[in-house]
Design a protein around this ligand. Sequence first.
Ligand code: LLP
Length: 429
Amino acid sequence: MNHFEARNGDLYCEDVALEEIARRVGTPVYVYSTATLERHYLAVADAVSGEPALNGALIAFAVKANSNLAVLATLARCGAGADTVSEGEIRRALAAGIPADRVIFSGVGKSEAEITFAISRGVRQINVESAPELHLISRVAQALGRRPDIAIRVNPDIGAGGHAKITTGARESKFGVSLREAARLYAEAAADPNLRMRGLACHIGSQITNLTPLGAAYHRLADLTRDLRAGGLCVDRLDLGGGLGAPYFNSPDPPEPAELVKLAAAAVAGLDVEVAFEPGRVIAANAGVLLATTLHVNARPDGRRFMVLDAGMNDLMRPALYDSFHDIRPLAPRSGRAVSYDVVGPVCETTDTFARARTLPPLQAGDRVAFMTAGAYGAVMASEYNSRPLAPEVLVRGSEWAVIRPRPSHDDLLARDRLPPWMAKAGSG
Ligand code: LLP
């Protein structure tokens, strides 16, 4: 459930007409709904609190899905932790008011500077993805005189996800260590006085709509936990990752968070571990839309109709990268016969195509549309390709709304570049 709905034909976010935001802020613009963020977070949190085996699991929002400070602060106020993959994301989580002891630092390539930063700030746990990284963390910890909490990220050889490019748990993917290697590395690390071994982590993919592989991965972690404990090692935390799909409204809805949580509870039953989840998409995706304006409709003699928008692949990259489907809804649909459009952006690439042969109500230049389900992996993946300023972001709460990241001006963009001294000197050459 989300809080974007039509009222008397006009699309609203909570109690604000999206047309008003588009008119006042301009397009393209991302708009997020506070009530939807809260509702989705609570759907996970309520399910967790109904399962005693989960010991009040930490819900660490995957900051990579949406890292806007106001979005993170909204979730922080609900009690969320954060799953982070860079110093920048840790900084954002802390700045949003998420306590360091609720911040997990994951990722396959952490630099020494980032590890130093994470340990100094006292993050809850570092998820280690390889032996060289473990050794680096040990050296940094020793130099700092700190003993960080560590989990080993296991690659359970179970791939899942809505697209091959977002599958992470298969053997050939770069993430984590095999079950066998994890056991060896865990024992090695447990003997290292610089590290405090706490547990295991896994994350097998994203936009997962079938719970079977997730359940299998959780059981592999639980089995490894029992094996390690049988060898006398302490394992008291399991980080079960994220990955649950969000509805994009082009196929049957994915399972509810409560079903996933139940599965996790069954897998860890009897282990008495602290559990963490790292949901990103399921919380943020349907809490955001991208608004765009139709620049023109280009009707070709062969009958093909290109709807050219002022938003491009640089603003919402998912269709270009993963052929992703995003529902497209006019803010104020006109009456008349539905039309088939190829919906494209202004960027000079053929892949700047949001949809082929999409049937929509008739649209004219100036009409606005919303790309639905754009609150996760939307703004965070945007670029300035073709020297297009990043789209601004707006947060709605009830009948209030505020710009939470303004649109940079063209002067802002230009001012970031420098000419080298030999070109900057007047009259040189
Ligand atoms: N934890 C880890 C370690 C992850 O790598 C990810 C996502 C998550 C949690 C959150 O997964 P979620 O619950 O959001 O599925 N850009 C792609 C998605 C990439 C996901 C990468 N990892 C997309 O637009 O579909």
